[in-house]
Design a protein around this ligand. Structure first.
Ligand SMILES: *Cc1c(COP(=O)(O)O)cnc(C)c1O
Length: 396
């Protein structure tokens, strides 16, 4: 999912527009900015691309999660079901909201298993945050049905899934809010940036208010005349970051096309390997194809194959099961609740025993999973070499 691979004149031009005016702030300065509104333009384009009614940009994907939780009214004492395979930001945002992350099992989609939500839902559960990992979707229709049936808020962490769809609808649009990231290694990048999308105008209003100190943005050109209907924070994006993202969004369709092409060549070429099976993707047409993930028969084989891939010089392969950042087994800071400052008292009292969490189904999926990042810059001969290297690693 490497937006940084396609980067150049378009990004420079958008940034120069901003530097020419000297207005780096996304609000106000009407005279000086000479009609240049990069954050607003990016939001409009994001609505067009995703089909969402509203989009609001912010400073990161982590900020987007915090904003979504706040806008949806999730806070102290609430339980939020999340998957154990995600980036740490998902549980960080829940804890920062004063709420309690509760882990549900994942399945062979590498995402939350809707059939196992029942096992972890309690009377305190307020929301579910499925994460569309590695560019493709959870069984989001069934997760949505579960949330609707149980009166739960659904927030989608689509930080890794821009350009991904389920049955024609962009990921992040199934729940109350969807969160996107444009950090340096995502499919498109702003350097740092994130965004929320929603079809609900009230949630959108709360989101932009919360991410800008509660400003209602109704004071016209005088920011000081805005009212503050709620307390908030500063999760604003700068015009410079938004300018880069605007150019990147213009490349997104091309990026997805190249990813799909490269992924298909490799997938087709290795599909006859009898020891591998591919990740289950509920709607293959909607895959953004930023990763190719496959299962070996068991953890021992996967461990061997990931080593052999390294030896064969096949880079960009990940064994998440032993990864510090993406799987709960290595989240010792969460297990020991190592926080810079004391957490909200309610969390300490009500949190699950994170040290002794057992997720056998997730373990059995993750220990056999290898993922390979799909790059845009690969030449035909590099792809050929890669295919040979994978075959060799799996067959030996
Ligand atoms: C990247 C990522 C985030 C956080 O995004 P940042 O912009 O880096 O804060 C959240 N969730 C997932 C699944 C991610 O991959």
């Amino acid at each position: 999912m490497p937006g940084f691979e396609l980067f150049g004149d378009k990004e420079k031009k958008e940034v120069m527009d901003v530097l020419d005016t000297g207005v780096l702030f996304r609000y106000g300065f009407e005279q000086a900015r000479k009609g240049i509104w990069k954050a607003k333009s990016f939001e409009k384009s994001l609505c067009r691309f995703t089909g969402a009614g509203f989009a609001h940009l912010c400073s990161s994907g982590t900020a987007a999660l915090s904003i979504a939780l706040a806008a949806c009214g999730i806070g102290a004492g609430d339980e939020v079901i999340i998957p154990p395979f995600t980036f740490v930001a998902t549980f960080e945002a829940v804890l920062n909201a004063g709420a309690i992350p509760v882990f549900g099992e994942i399945d062979e989609t590498l995402c939350l298993n809707p059939d196992r939500l029942d096992a972890v839902v309690t009377e305190k559960t307020k929301a579910v945050i499925p994460v569309h990992m590695c560019g493709a979707m959870a069984r989001i229709d069934q997760i949505k049905n579960f949330c609707t049936a149980n009166g739960l808020i659904l927030i989608e962490d689509a930080c890794q899934a821009i350009g991904g769809f389920f049955k024609g609808k962009h990921l992040g649009r199934f729940g109350h809010m969807g969160c996107l990231s444009f950090d340096a290694v995502k499919t498109i990048t702003c350097g740092e940036g994130g965004g929320i999308i929603t079809d609900d105008d009230e949630l959108y209003r709360r989101a932009f208010q919360y991410s800008d100190h509660g400003h209602d943005h109704l004071g016209g050109s005088d920011r000081g005349a805005d009212n503050h209907p709620i307390m908030g924070a500063n999760y604003r994006i700068s015009e410079l970051n938004a300018a880069v993202g605007l150019a990147q969004l213009g490349r997104l369709s091309e990026i997805i096309k190249i990813q799909k092409k490269n992924k298909k060549i490799i997938k087709d070429a290795i599909s006859d390997l009898k020891d591998i099976e591919f990740r289950k993707i509920p709607d293959p047409d909607g895959d953004s194809a930023s990763f190719l993930s496959f299962f070996l028969p068991d953890g021992a084989r996967a461990g061997k194959v990931i080593k052999a891939l390294g030896k064969n010089g096949i880079d960009a392969c990940f064994y998440w099961y032993e990864n510090n950042w993406h799987y709960f087994k290595r989240w010792d800071h969460l297990q020991s609740m190592k926080s810079a400052a004391p957490l909200c008292a309610g969390i300490a009292a009500a949190k699950p025993d994170y040290k002794n969490i057992s997720l056998p189904e997730s373990d059995s999926v993750m220990e056999k999973t290898i993922s390979m990042l799909i790059k845009l810059s690969w030449t035909d001969s590099e792809i050929e070499k890669r295919i040979k290297g994978i075959k060799n690693a799996v067959n030996n």
